[in-house]
Design a binder for this molecule. Structure first.
Ligand SMILES: O=C(O)CCC(=O)C(=O)O
Ligand SMILES: [Fe+2]
Length: 319
């Protein structure tokens, strides 16, 4: 049995208040008990999803040289292409067997925020093919809309003003990533992406039909998050866990590398608020019996500290 609950996006937006309230309750329970759920019936057109999949297939088959011309190593604000071995999510002996491409909102270098926080705000590094860029941008806009509906529902579930979270997304640093998991290099190399939790608020993941994503359940067992066509897998990140005083849980997950001749593509959308968002325990998650566990922190400072721990090239830079 699949232990990851299904939440119906259409119900989260429904005009019937009772239907909506019932779905928000289910959402709240999923965030507290599992930290993962499938989001079905989203507003993202399936053609926008397929275009993104095709864009990824085309991008990752470009000559290595072309991909490396926009290597994330050249980008202070981590945009662009990440080679196999660039990001290591778990300190295990097997490298993460994946290559990546990251994009976010584009800020010119002379923008005040890019000047103040150059490692977080700045320009994208795009591939030269316009159709790939268009597919990315179209998906980014559609996924962002979905994320805001989910965050409104979460705010309501937590007895907050419905715009409590969404008001922190004016100059946000939400990242759309494309990931290509090539076939494992040898039978014993099972690691596609090491066990980790996500840093941000929430992540919306689009995956193809290959499978391989696993989620750690409360009993400490790895369970498969099998692909459900057209749906997104949504999970709580560390920032949201901190914001909610551990009421909403950021759950560990990993990816098993595909078998011989199989290529997997996935598209996490890491929903992360404005750098200067003050992440301070929300009212409804603290009490005399359960005081706030974490000191307030700026969202960007938190995300930066987590980045530094996972990127090989950054470690080398700081040596
Ligand atoms: O590829 C996947 O299914 C998950 C990727 C992931 O967890 C991540 O990049 O944070
Ligand atoms: Fe993740």
């Amino acid at each position: 049995m699949n232990s990851i609950p299904l939440i119906d996006f259409a119900c989260l937006k429904h005009s019937d208040a009772n239907l909506r309230a019932a779905e928000i309750k289910k959402l709240d329970q999923a965030c507290r008990e599992v930290g993962f759920f499938y989001l079905t019936n989203t507003s993202i057109d399936t053609s926008v999803m397929s275009l993104l999949q095709r864009a990824a297939e085309r991008f990752f088959t470009l000559p290595q040289e072309e991909k490396e011309s926009i290597d994330i190593k050249h980008s202070l604000n981590h945009r662009g292409y990440g080679q196999i071995g660039e990001e290591q999510l778990d300190e295990i002996s097997q490298a993460d067997w994946k290559e990546t491409f990251d994009m976010a909102l584009d800020f010119p270098l002379d923008h005040a925020l890019a000047q103040k926080y150059p490692t977080m705000y700045g320009p994208n590094q795009y591939p030269s093919k316009a159709s790939i860029v268009e597919a990315l941008q179209e998906y980014y806009v559609a996924a962002f809309d979905v994320s805001q509906v989910v965050l409104k529902a979460m705010a309501e579930a937590l007895a907050l003003e419905s715009n409590f979270f969404t008001q922190c997304f004016k100059n946000h640093v939400t990242v759309l990533r494309m990931i290509h998991y090539p076939p494992r290099p040898e039978e014993s190399h099972t690691n596609g992406a090491g066990a980790h939790t996500d840093y941000g608020c929430i992540t919306l993941l689009l995956q193809d039909d290959v499978g391989g994503l696993q989620v750690k359940n409360r009993q400490g067992e790895w369970t498969d998050a099998i692909p459900i066509k057209g749906s997104l897998v949504v999970n709580i990140g560390d920032l949201m866990q901190r914001w909610t005083n551990d009421e909403y849980v950021s759950t560990a997950h990993r990816v098993i590398a595909p078998l011989k001749e199989v290529h997997r593509y996935s598209f996490p959308f890491f929903v992360e608020p404005d750098y200067e968002t003050n992440v301070k325990c929300v009212e409804s998650c603290q009490s005399k019996e359960k005081p706030a566990k974490y000191a307030p922190i700026l969202s960007g400072d938190w995300i930066q500290s987590r980045f530094d721990a996972t990127y090989a090239y950054r470690e080398k830079e700081s040596l």
